[in-house]
Ligand binder design. Structure first.
Ligand SMILES: C[S@@+](CC[C@H](N)C(=O)[O-])C[C@H]1O[C@@H](n2cnc3c(N)ncnc32)[C@H](O)[C@@H]1O
Length: 224
């Protein structure tokens, strides 16, 4: 079967629109619910302070935003994504959180607006990563934190994960091409060490890195 190429933002948006309905189900299945455990641990590491304003960028169905709201009920949490189908699911699942349409490359927020910005499995899908990191820097308050979490090491454990993903996509989704894209995007994504270099070049400081599941998932926290 010929592979479909996903090049433009519109292509990427259509991938996520197309898999939105089964996104949570497949994530849970593929990771044996581990993604939830890791997301909770990553957010805990941020030690979000009471009443903080927090942006979940590329929020998808709103997992990270919901974990933040649970860990910090007084926080003001906003989720942003450019897939309307993903946003519709996020809004239905988490009525106590604001979810807005927006593009990570051109955020609609003022400078210094957020105490924390978190981004899970999103940056990998965006071509101009430096623009996004500059946008995050712009909307963060001085001494605010950015937490990024995504696939990390391309090791044997990661290959097992790819295999499970494709088998589950074949069995439970009629969007096999979209999952092929996700695997490809994972392979071509920057390593955590490369990302850390870019954070530093973009002005971030105090880098902290924590790897999960033999490095298959990597989380980095940096400060403005
Ligand atoms: C793999 S999902 C991750 C969802 C969620 N953060 C999670 O951890 O489950 C990636 C999300 O990034 C969004 N996305 C990709 N490029 C974007 C952009 N330029 N601006 C806003 N959202 C974007 C997609 O629509 C999709 O919902």
């Amino acid at each position: 079967m010929k592979k479909i190429e996903y090049k433009t933002s519109a292509d990427i948006r259509s991938v996520f629109d197309s898999i939105a309905l089964k996104y949570d189900f497949l994530n849970n299945l593929i990771s044996f619910f581990m993604h939830k455990v890791i997301k909770k641990r990553a957010i805990k590491m941020l030690k979000i302070t009471n009443n903080a304003s927090v942006l979940d960028l590329c929020c998808g169905s709103g997992d990270l935003a919901a974990i933040i709201k649970r860990q910090c009920p007084n926080c003001n949490v906003t989720g942003v994504d450019f897939s309307n189908q993903m946003l519709a699911i996020a809004k239905k699942k988490h009525e106590n959180i604001d979810f807005l349409y927006g593009d990570a490359m051109n955020l609609q927020f003022n400078e210094n607006q957020f105490d924390y910005v978190v981004m899970g499995f999103g940056l990998r899908n965006i071509k101009n990563k430096i623009t996004v990191l500059n946008e995050v820097y712009r909307v963060l308050r001085q001494d605010g934190y950015f937490m990024h979490i995504d696939f990390g090491a391309k090791n044997f454990a990661s290959k097992i994960f790819d295999f499970i993903t494709l088998v589950c996509a074949k069995l439970f989704s009629n969007k096999y091409n979209a999952y092929e894209y996700l695997i490809e995007s994972k392979k071509s994504f920057l390593t955590p060490a490369e990302l850390i270099k870019i954070y530093k070049k973009s002005g971030y400081k105090n880098v902290y890195r924590k790897d999960f599941l033999f490095g298959v998932i990597s989380c980095q926290i940096v400060k403005k």
